[in-house]
Design a protein. Sequence first.
Length: 212
Amino acid sequence: MSKQFWGLVAVIITVLVGVAVFNNSKKPTVVSGVASNHIIGKADSKVKFVEYGDYQCPYCQQYFATVNQVKDKYKDRVSFQYRNFPLTSIHKNAFAAARAAEAADKQGKFWEMHDILYANNDPTGASGWVASDKPFDFFSGYAKQLGLDAAKFKTDYASKSVNNIINADMAAGTKLNVEGTPSFFINGNKQQIQNTVDAFSKALDEALKNAK
């Protein structure tokens, strides 16, 4: 066969290889680790409520008290889950706070640390752990309040396994098109809920009715 023919074959092969490489480069990055599983309420409920939150987010802090009231009201009927979604581009200590909560979880105190972090979130961003260049100093103080083993808390806080959990949460949220916080889901459906107990109750009552 002619040199022109083999030259054409070589060009075609080069193009095909280039396409394959391009397609492979577009595959999503695989995130190591398993997403968190922080559930309170009725774990086997047919109604699953999930919040994606950022401990430094002022809006999450504003919703915090309302969501806690809703949990108390529906804890015997609804499964409530919290997942990390720190907005690291605008909240410098959000990821660190998530690490503190996950480190506390290693000693069975996730929800307690969750509550302390939100209770001590200055929504103006001017004071406390949200403004500190050394947020761990605050977190270690909270850990002491909760009676945690200080050495273990420090080790877990800095661990790869804790980082992997947070990254897995963020990846799961991204797949659900979470872009801001707080983001709420009921049985996988994203919700726009006003910051009132009545608004949450209406959404959950409807879900419970449909789940029967």
